[in-house]
Design a protein around this ligand. Structure first.
Ligand code: SAM
Ligand code: DTB
Ligand code: SF4
Length: 340
């Protein structure tokens, strides 16, 4: 495998052994492959910036063992009601003016109720009016809900498989792995772009990490966006004492994701706050080309905006320019000034 450059044509038939062999290579060989695939499919030195907002905090009935927002664990988090459309509009404008091109809204639900859907659809409209791409993560969706969100103009739906099918039950028992694949299928069929990845550092093995990525790569169509989260160990959750994943193993996983899904945008997601600049730089070399940007993730911290600008400058990287134009003329002028 070491002297063979992987193809940048997407494949959907990766075997367990092929993925294991990718991981097992010398580090430099794997990074060379990932970087070669990356440069064949993406602009080098460009990173897409997404900002997160928690639109509904806490009180979630699910039992995801990593999550600060499950009602089952005492993490000291105050439950809040659904944010207003005005709060979303304001936060999205601030994010856009700081340079983010996508605004991602998360809700601590098993899935959205009809009355929630009406508000979320307005929020999607507000984000799009600002010329930003919209993304929501609301939990499980049925076919009709996916179609409703598509009709509201939603660009991306985030729903992670989190880990391998084999390790899944060690992490979540209140919803099945298959239910996640079903939601992804509804999203895909509705014509919404898919954002799906997972978490490293849950106590899983390398094989689990490979099987998580293989599950994504062997979907009928690769997710457009693949967030790779490093566990943020939250005190009070069952995963609160986890010690984290080896740094080079994290980089290898980003590189394997890049090789398996050449055209996907691979996002450095939760956990950057605990990463050195050098580790993040290695992740970019391994093919990461997106990150969460803004001082907060959902309930935990993220590097400060100024620190991220300093990192990108030091690496000679630039933020991706907005793809969509704001709807009215005034917004368009503001958008152009930002892009220029
Ligand atoms: N409730 C919805 C759901 O789970 O589908 C949406 C929000 S949920 C917080 C979205 C994703 O964030 C999870 O699937 C998981 O991959 C990630 N996540 C949540 N808590 C995390 C943590 N402490 N560390 C790393 N990733 C986390
Ligand atoms: C994703 O893959 N990571 C984001 C987003 N999708 C919704 C969430 C990260 C959450 C980190 C822990 C927290 O802040 O609560
Ligand atoms: Fe609820 Fe999502 Fe947290 Fe799971 S990850 S407990 S579904 S908010």
């Amino acid at each position: 495998m070491t002297d063979l450059l992987p193809s940048s044509t997407p494949r959907h038939d990766w075997t367990r052994d092929e993925v294991a062999a990718l991981y097992a290579q010398p580090f430099a060989d794997l990074l060379w492959q990932a970087q070669s695939v990356h440069r064949a499919c993406h602009k080098p030195n460009t990173v897409q910036l997404s900002t997160l907002m928690n639109i509904k905090t806490g009180g979630c009935p699910e039992d995801c063992k990593y999550c600060s927002q499950s009602v089952r664990y005492d993490t000291g988090l105050e439950r809040e009601s659904l944010a207003t459309v005005e709060e979303v509009r304001h936060a999205a404008r601030v994010a856009r003016d700081a340079g983010a091109t996508r605004f991602c809204m998360g809700a601590a639900w098993r899935g959205p109720k009809p009355r929630d859907m009406a508000v979320v659809k307005e929020m999607i409209g507000a984000v799009r009016e600002l010329g930003m791409e919209s993304c929501v993560t609301l939990g499980l969706l049925d076919e009709a809900q996916a179609r409703e969100l598509a009709a509201a103009g939603l660009d991306y739906y985030n729903h992670n498989i989190d880990t391998s099918p084999e390790y899944y039950d060690k992490v979540i028992t209140t919803r099945t792995f298959q239910s996640r694949l079903d939601t992804l299928e509804h999203v895909r069929e509705a014509g919404i772009k898919v954002c799906c990845g997972g978490i490293l550092g849950l106590g899983e093995s390398r094989e689990d990490r490979g099987e998580m990525l293989r599950t994504l790569a062997n979907l009928p169509q690769h997710p457009e966006s693949v967030p790779i989260n490093q566990l943020v160990a939250v005190p009070g959750t069952p995963m609160g004492e986890q010690t984290g994943v080896d740094e080079l193993e994290f980089v290898r996983t980003v590189a394997v994701a890049r090789v398996l899904m050449p055209r996907a945008v691979v996002r450095l997601s939760a956990g950057r706050g605990a990463m050195s600049d050098s580790l993040q730089a290695l992740c970019f070399v391994a093919g990461a080309n997106s990150m969460f940007y803004g001082d907060k993730l959902l309930t935990t911290g993220n590097p400060a905006v100024a620190a991220d600008h300093a990192l990108l400058d030091a690496l000679g990287m630039r933020a991706e320019a907005p793809k969509r134009q704001a709807r009215n003329a005034l917004e368009a002028v503001a958008g152009d000034a930002l892009a220029g």
